[in-house]
Design a protein around this ligand. Structure first.
Ligand code: GDP
Length: 171
């Protein structure tokens, strides 16, 4: 190992995909909130995996705040994109948001890892990771390593596996 690494990860995804729940579940148990507040503009949190200390910026939210969260793109070392795997209609909107982010001048061509959490895998009719990859058009991404991981932010299922993949990409 190279000792402790500090890494900035951006967390993106449509509202209601489970970002706040996920960041809360990734906290050490004693720091978890009982009642989550809706994200206003931006929010940050931290967690560790595989010797990597991640500072996660929740940079999603209302499009009117876009200029605000796009300022974080430049210093990102990794991206977590969260989708609601059971919300089939809004996956198309999620794809558009993902494409906007990937095409941004501060993101395009940078070889930083992209982890997609296919969240709410516990919900009825949740799509499998391979189906999520197809709907999001991930096979077209050639400038970044990417991975889809099924997760349930409520129970924590899949979160450690996904974050461990990110840590391996970075070390
Ligand atoms: P955000 O807007 O992306 O931050 O989403 P939230 O974390 O506020 O979650 C939106 C809603 O989805 C809340 O009611 C959560 O309890 C619920 N939720 C989040 N993750 C999961 C999950 O993995 N499974 C299920 N069934 N519900 C979830």
């Amino acid at each position: 190992g190279k000792g402790r690494m500090e890494v900035t990860v951006l967390v993106l995804g449509l509202d209601n995909s489970g970002k706040s729940t996920m960041l809360n579940t990734l906290r050490p148990p004693e720091q978890r909130a009982q009642h989550l507040m809706p994200t206003v503009a931006q929010n940050h949190d931290s967690f560790q995996s595989g010797g990597v200390c991640f500072t996660a910026w929740d940079v999603s939210g209302a499009p009117r705040h876009r200029a605000l969260w796009e300022r974080h793109y430049r210093r990102a070392h990794a991206v977590i994109f969260v989708v609601d795997s059971a919300d089939h209609l809004r996956l198309v909107v999620a794809r558009e948001e993902l494409e906007l982010m990937l095409a941004h001048p501060d993101m395009c061509g940078r070889r930083i890892p992209l982890l997609v959490f296919a969240n709410k895998c516990d919900a009825p009719h949740a799509l499998a990771p391979m189906q999520i990859a197809a709907v999001l058009g991930l096979e077209r991404i050639t400038d970044k390593p990417w991975h889809v991981c099924a997760s349930s932010a409520l129970s924590g299922t899949g979160l450690a596996d996904g974050v461990a993949w990110l840590a391996r990409q970075i070390r």
